[in-house]
Design a protein around this ligand. Structure first.
Ligand SMILES: [Zn+2]
Length: 190
């Protein structure tokens, strides 16, 4: 019976230990990287692309320093994220974040090509931010996918295969933010 008194504080210590582990990861990835760096970088690239479009004819060359700077910072962030090992509960949003960063990097590479005069590739950079329209194979309804609707047809509720992949970078980033936040809420309330 006396041994039990040791076990309880030990269990509490272990629980506290696990708790601070996920919090540490969350602070690093959600707070410091996602909210403070990735989200602003997302807005910077989108703004630079829109600024290029705001003039006639579109002038991507004027945005070249921005695109180059974004490329450097994206590589730094990818380096930091790939060093981190997510706790079990965050594996899903972590994988999504890594994929998002690769897509984002690709959009920026396309923007750099546009700045070098490749106009068609510049269009790809802008399109990466927008979600695609999906025609339902069953009922023919046009589904304009967004972060609230990408898993099933809005009319007949048939599953949209790979709906997440058809979302633009802006919707994907919001979903990733929501998933990180949602998982943390669950863990905090355990
Ligand atoms: Zn349908």
């Amino acid at each position: 019976m006396k041994k039990m008194f040791w076990i309880i504080p030990l269990m509490i210590l272990l629980l506290v230990g696990c708790g601070s582990d996920y919090r540490k990861y969350y602070e690093q990835v959600h707070d410091k990287l996602l909210m403070e760096q990735i989200a602003p970088l997302h807005d910077e690239l989108l703004t630079a692309l829109n600024d290029a479009m705001d003039v006639t004819p579109p002038d991507d060359a004027a945005q070249k320093p921005k695109y180059d700077q974004i490329a450097t910072r994206t590589d730094e962030i990818i380096g930091e994220v790939s060093k981190l090992k997510p706790p079990e509960e965050f594996k899903n949003p972590h994988t999504k974040l890594v994929a998002y960063l690769e897509d984002f990097k690709n959009a920026d590479l396309n923007a750099q090509k546009a700045a070098a005069g490749d106009r068609n590739t510049g269009k790809l950079a802008r399109d990466a931010f927008k979600s695609q329209m999906v025609v339902c194979g069953k009922c023919g309804t046009e589904n304009y996918l967004d972060r609230y609707n990408y898993t099933e047809c809005s009319n007949c509720k048939t599953e949209i295969a790979g709906g997440y992949e058809k979302l633009g970078l802006t919707d994907k980033l919001k979903i990733i933010e929501d998933e990180f936040y949602g998982k943390k809420m669950i863990l905090d309330n355990k």
